[in-house]
Every structure is written in structure tokens, then in C-alpha cells.
Design a protein around this ligand. Structure first.
Ligand code: AMP
Length: 272
């Protein structure tokens, strides 16, 4: 893959890249379309990266359907699909990790220690292999995009990071490969994530600026759903990720909620 990509670059072509874990949905494909518009050659990777899963997480049962993924990518105009295997990415004796320190201690990082270390390590490896000029990530994993931008800046990767909007079902539920785990009833109750974000948006639009009051109202709404267990609700500056007591500037409202056994995340960004 590295040799192929070096050849493409030597011809002066712009490489666009979308890293994924597969089981593709419209969210992934929207990133592919954004990357396609901004590049000459489009590379997508599918790799279920073991180092970003915690010991009790769903690595072993993460959904896969490579045949369907290949078809969808072909239809969307992907030029190269890179599907490395674990033995090649982490061979015996593998000993090097990339870690963004402070930005990964909060939000998702607080609930999932080691997660971002796995993410930055695999993304750094993929960037070194694919050598993209641009790479597209989803707003759905907002903190991930912030962390990757930090890594790219700090380690001088010659790649431009683009963040594309979250794609949702008509109901408002953010598309996720993990939605497959939800029963019909859980899926209904999972709508409360987006509903609570909309409640926050409405409160802000009516002039509310107190972070605690907004989070309390969101919590009350979510607690009405018996299958929903809140992991966190947070309001942060969307650039620095610093927690905000009073809302000001570019505000990120994000949450993680367990619905049954499935942990879901969502967020919105609001300019105040
Ligand atoms: P994953 O396969 O879950 O690792 O996701 C691969 C990329 O797709 C990441 O950049 C995600 O942020 C992005 N992504 C996942 N779900 C969505 C969505 N509903 N809308 C937009 N991007 C998404």
C-alpha cells in the first residue's frame, strides 16, 4: 500500500483518505464523498483496531461485512480499499505508541482509558502508509477529530484534516455501526440522545447560558427512559475542549449513554 501510494504521489496526485472500522453506513459514505471531492485518488481503510478497544469492550463481536462494504465503496467511487490484518499492523515485538496527553484525559478518554492511544497510534500508522494529503473524519466522534488534529499539528504530519457533519436517521438517531446491537425497543429509547441535544439547543436559543442548568434538564429527559444509563453529559469549548460553566463562543455539547448494553455517543456544536 505504501509503495502504491508513493507512486500516486510521484505523479503529483492528491490522495484523499477515510479510515474506518468497516460495516459501512451512510455516515462513512458521506465522508468518502467529501474526500472524493477534494482529491484525485481516494483511499479507504477498513481495520478493526484492537488497541483502541478496552478489555471489556466489543472488539470480538464488532460487526463485519466486507463483501457489502466493498460494493458500497465501489458505488461511491473509492479507488483503493486497504484492509490490513492485525498480524501485519501489530507484528510480534510491536512496541511503539502515539499518545496525545491532555486532550485525551476528559470526556471519552475519561470513560475509555487507552482508547485514544489506540486511535492515534493506528491513525499515525495509516497516515505513514497511505501518505494522504487530506483525511476526513466524522463530527460524530468529535473528540477523536480534535485529538487527531492535535497529533497532526504536534508531529508535523503533512495532511489536512477535514471534519464532516454527523449523518442521522430520519428519527434523529446518529448512524453508527453499533446501532446493530440495539433491539427495536432500545432503538426507540436511543432517540433520547438527540432529543436531549435538541433540548439543550432550544434552551440556548432562548438565552440560557448556565451549563449546569442545561445538563440537568438533559439528564432529567434521559432518565425518563428506563433502558438509558448516562455515562456523561458535558459542555465544553469545541476547540480547546475545556469545560464551560457559562456558555460562550463555540460550544460542544456531548454525551455518552448506555442503552441496554450498547454505549452510544452523540454531540452538537453551537455558536453562542
Ligand atoms: P468508525 O468506522 O466507527 O471508526 O468510523 C469511521 C469514521 O466515520 C470516523 O471518522 C467517524 O467519526 C465517522 N462516522 C461514524 N458515524 C458517522 C456518522 N453518523 N456521520 C458522519 N460520520 C460518521
Amino acid at each position: 500500500m505504501q509503495r502504491v501510494c508513493r507512486g500516486i504521489k510521484q505523479k503529483g496526485k492528491i490522495i484523499g483518505f477515510v479510515p474506518t472500522m468497516g460495516y459501512l453506513h451512510e455516515g462513512h459514505l458521506s465522508l468518502v464523498r467529501v474526500a472524493k471531492k477534494k482529491s484525485d485518488v481516494l483511499v479507504v481503510s477498513i481495520f478493526i483496531n484492537p488497541t483502541q478497544f478496552g478489555p471489556k469492550e466489543d472488539f470480538k463481536r464488532y460487526p463485519k461485512n466486507l463483501k457489502r462494504d466493498k460494493r458500497l465503496l465501489k458505488e461511491t467511487g473509492c479507488d483503493f480499499l486497504f484492509v490490513p490484518d492485525i498480524k501485519n499492523m501489530y507484528p510480534e515485538g510491536y512496541d511503539t505508541y502515539v499518545e496525545v496527553e491532555n486532550l485525551t484525559r476528559i470526556l471519552e478518554g475519561a470513560s475509555r482509558p487507552e482508547h485514544f492511544k489506540g486511535v492515534t497510534t493506528i491513525v499515525a500508522k495509516l497516515f505513514n502508509i497511505v501518505q494522504p494529503d487530506i483525511a476526513v473524519f466524522g463530527q460524530k466522534d468529535f473528540q477523536q477529530a480534535v485529538v487527531i488534529k492535535r497529533m497532526v499539528k504536534d508531529l508535523n504530519f503533512p495532511v489536512k484534516i477535514i471534519v464532516a457533519p454527523t449523518i442521522r436517521e430520519k428519527s434523529g438517531l446518529a448512524l453508527s455501526s453499533r446501532n446493530l446491537y440495539l433491539s427495536d425497543e432500545e432503538k426507540k429509547q436511543a432517540l433520547v440522545l438527540y432529543q436531549s441535544l435538541n433540548l439543550a439547543k432550544k434552551m440556548i436559543e432562548s438565552g440560557e447560558r448556565d451549563s449546569r442548568r442545561i445538563k440537568n434538564r438533559m439528564r432529567l429527559l434521559i432518565q425518563k427512559k428506563p433502558k438509558a444509563k448516562i455515562d456523561y453529559i458535558a459542555i465544553n469549548d469545541s476547540e480547546t475542549l475545556r469545560p464551560l460553566k457559562k456558555l460562550k463562543g463555540n460550544v460542544l455539547i456531548s454525551l455518552a449513554v448506555r442503552v441496554g448494553k450498547t454505549r452510544l455517543i452523540d454531540n452538537i456544536k453551537i455558536k453562542v
